[in-house]
Write a protein that binds this ligand. Structure first.
Ligand code: BES
Ligand code: MN
Ligand code: MN
Length: 457
């Protein structure tokens, strides 16, 4: 197939272009990088125009822009694929743990090291190069393509729903395609059919009206930090289950078939210990590690602060204590309901010596994609052609907000065709992309576009 040949011949240039893209520090959550985020959006738009896409637009939002492009030359009979990716990246701290600077992409062995290398600039670039291969070699694609490239995914996509709603007509498609997840190993492809959702809250425990001398008042007023510690300790039982009443009410149980499929995944306690450096695993005993991460809802404290944390000693009873808490959700939990339940529990469980107030941040619903959808079959066949092995279906613990938006607002299933690896150091120092997966990813996308029409038939 000529586009495959093209993709192989131009690998080095593709890599050079990706390196240029990765040099732009498009950190969406830091206001001082807003200009770089805009710069990355325009770089992408220019690149898409260079590929010969007739309609390319940088769409402003209340936050960072969305880049939209389409090529509809395959005709009304052919399927339409809506490709999503995010061009924003995570902050780089702790900077001193990077072996080479995060925005000076560096090759070591078969890996390209840079912030955004796999999450998600490198993975979204795969689709641009597959499109290029078709347009240059054949002047057309076997499918219509629409591209929606976002700059706020790492902040929870707070401004994406209105864009999707406003452009719902234009975004009509048969299937959505996202490369922003990973496969099981360099030689074992996999397709993610479920992502967890996310609920995020912050609580404040208020005791005295202002900080107090701990000698003058200690023993006569309750300490908000102690109360917060007790509240947080009460959120799990000894077996690792979340104690918030109603937390598990809407959880869709795993079927026996799913458990059997998940049991094929070569990942367990041993791999978990090696990956994380923990001395032993933790969590609900009746579920495997893979199930705990992919199929069970969880609650984690992300940050805890209050009182004196500086150098030396200061004797004080602080007026307030704070915590940030995230909950990962599974199908069919509702982020808002879960957040309300957690807040209500914390307020009820608090002693009369304090008041507890809370804030609910924007939530993300979980996602479940039917494994037998024709587009999933086409994706499986595409992986098999490139890897020589059938992909295993997996569930991931992470979240991608747009997947639920596509399902709810556009009635679109999403094929999560990832090419990262578990050790790519997402959100951490020394993020990387395993380059053989970059090149194989492009070939997989080429096959997918070719196979989709007959599968969707
Ligand atoms: N690409 C990740 C999601 C991901 C990570 C999926 C690992 C599968 C495995 C995405 O960029 C991400 O980091 N999502 C955030 C979403 C949040 C900010 C709403 C997450 O999961 O924390
Ligand atoms: Mn991502
Ligand atoms: Mn991410």
């Amino acid at each position: 197939m000529a586009p495959l040949e093209y993709a192989r011949t131009h690998r080095n240039r593709f890599l050079d272009e990706l390196i240029t893209f990765l040099r732009i520090p498009s950190i969406s959550t830091l206001p001082e990088h807003a200009e770089h985020v805009a710069q990355a959006a325009h770089w992408l738009a220019d690149h898409l125009r260079g590929l010969g896409l007739p309609e390319v637009e940088v769409v402003p939002t209340d936050g960072h822009p969305v880049v939209y492009a389409q090529w509809l030359g395959a005709g009304a009979e052919a399927p339409t694929v809506l490709i999503y990716g995010h061009y924003d990246v995570q902050p780089v701290d702790p900077l001193d743990e990077w072996h080479t600077p995060p925005f000076e992409p560096t090759l070591r062995d078969d890996n390209l090291y840079a912030r955004g290398a796999s999450d998600d600039k490198g993975q979204l670039f795969i689709h641009l190069k597959a499109i290029e291969a078709y347009l240059r070699e054949e002047g057309r694609l076997p499918v219509n393509v629409k591209l929606l490239l976002e700059g706020e995914e790492e902040c929870g996509s707070p401004n994406l729903a209105p864009v999707i709603e406003e452009h719902a007509e234009r975004l009509q498609a048969d299937v959505a395609l996202i490369s922003d997840t990973h496969i099981l190993g360099p030689d074992q492809p996999s397709i993610v059919y479920s992502l967890r959702g996310l609920s995020y809250i912050e609580i404040t425990v208020q005791g005295p009206a202002h900080d107090l001398h701990s000698g003058m008042y200690g023993g006569a007023v309750d300490n908000p930090l102690h109360v917060l510690a007790r509240l947080i300790a009460s959120l799990h039982d000894d077996a690792g289950r979340v104690t918030v009443p109603g937390f598990y009410d809407d959880v869709l149980p795993l079927t026996e078939e799913e458990r059997a499929e998940l049991a094929r995944i070569p990942y367990g306690e041993e791999e978990l210990l090696a990956d994380t450096g923990v001395p032993c695993a933790w969590g609900e005993p009746e579920y495997t590690v893979v199930e705990r991460i992919g199929a069970r809802p969880t609650l984690d404290v992300n940050g805890l602060w209050g009182g004196f944390t500086g150098e030396g000693a200061k004797t004080v009873i602080p007026a307030r204590a704070h915590a940030k808490i995230s909950m990962r959700l599974v199908p069919n939990q509702d982020p808002d309901r879960v957040a309300q339940a957690a807040l209500a529990y914390l307020q009820r469980a608090a002693p009369p010596t304090v008041t507890v107030t809370g804030r609910i941040f924007h939530g993300t619903p979980p996602a479940l994609v039917p494994q037998d959808h024709p587009a999933m079959r086409a994706a499986a066949a595409a992986y098999e052609r490139v890897w020589g092995r059938c992909p295993i279906f997996t569930r991931e613990g992470g979240s991608i907000p747009v997947v639920a938006l596509f399902a709810e607002r556009l009635r679109l299933p999403t094929v999560l065709m990832g090419f990262g690896l578990r050790d790519d150091n997402l959100h951490a120092p020394n993020e990387k992309f395993y380059l053989p997966n970059f090149y194989r990813g492009i070939e997989t996308a080429v096959h997918f576009f070719h196979l989709l029409p007959e599968h969707m038939g």
